[in-house]
Design a binder for this molecule. Structure first.
Ligand code: THU
Length: 157
């Protein structure tokens, strides 16, 4: 019998340590939190996806009185990105959130399981790693890929 270890490498950076393109993506995710529709949780999430055609698509969580009909920011962004530009590959995603105080979360949040599974599909389609930036007011977590957040993922192709 042998042990397998799964390691998720995470870099922690300050906003100022990032290059302007990375800062821009994070700023767009932060802005998108203001377009969230979250009258039930009052937790506002924004996501911004950079495509290999240079376009950036943003999304935010959209809640519904029938709770399970709502969707997270990451899925609203990734479904729209692929619906709008089906030929373009994803290259990076930034995620930001404000909590019920209206302030940015200090510790970054990370995508829920369903969003990880959805994002993985687009990473696989792109054929390259999709870098992930998780923004918090205390720092930005940078992960190398979606699969680093979803080890042993189910994939049919
Ligand atoms: N939410 C997101 O949009 N993304 C995440 O990564 C976690 C949670 C949303 C879902 C719901 O509208 C609210 O945040 C509270 O869970």
């Amino acid at each position: 019998m042998k042990d397998l270890k799964i390691i998720t490498p995470i870099k922690v950076a300050t906003y100022n340590e990032l290059d302007p393109q990375e800062q821009h993506l994070i700023s767009l995710a932060r802005e998108a939190t203001h377009r969230s529709y979250a009258p039930y949780s009052h937790f506002n999430v924004g996501a911004a996806i950079l495509l290999d055609n240079g376009e950036i698509i943003t999304g935010s969580n959209q809640e519904n009185a029938a709770f399970s009909s709502g969707t997270c920011a990451e899925r609203s962004a990734c479904f729209y990105a692929h619906a709008r530009y089906p030929e373009a590959g994803f290259t990076a995603i930034a995620i930001a959130a404000r909590d019920t105080t209206g302030e940015e979360v200090t510790q970054p949040i990370s995508p829920c399981g369903s969003c990880r599974q959805s994002l993985l599909e687009y990473e696989t389609l792109a054929g390259r790693d999709v870098k992930i930036y998780l923004a918090g007011s205390n720092g930005i977590y940078i992960l190398p890929s979606v699969k680093s957040l979803l080890p042993l993922a189910f994939a049919e192709f």
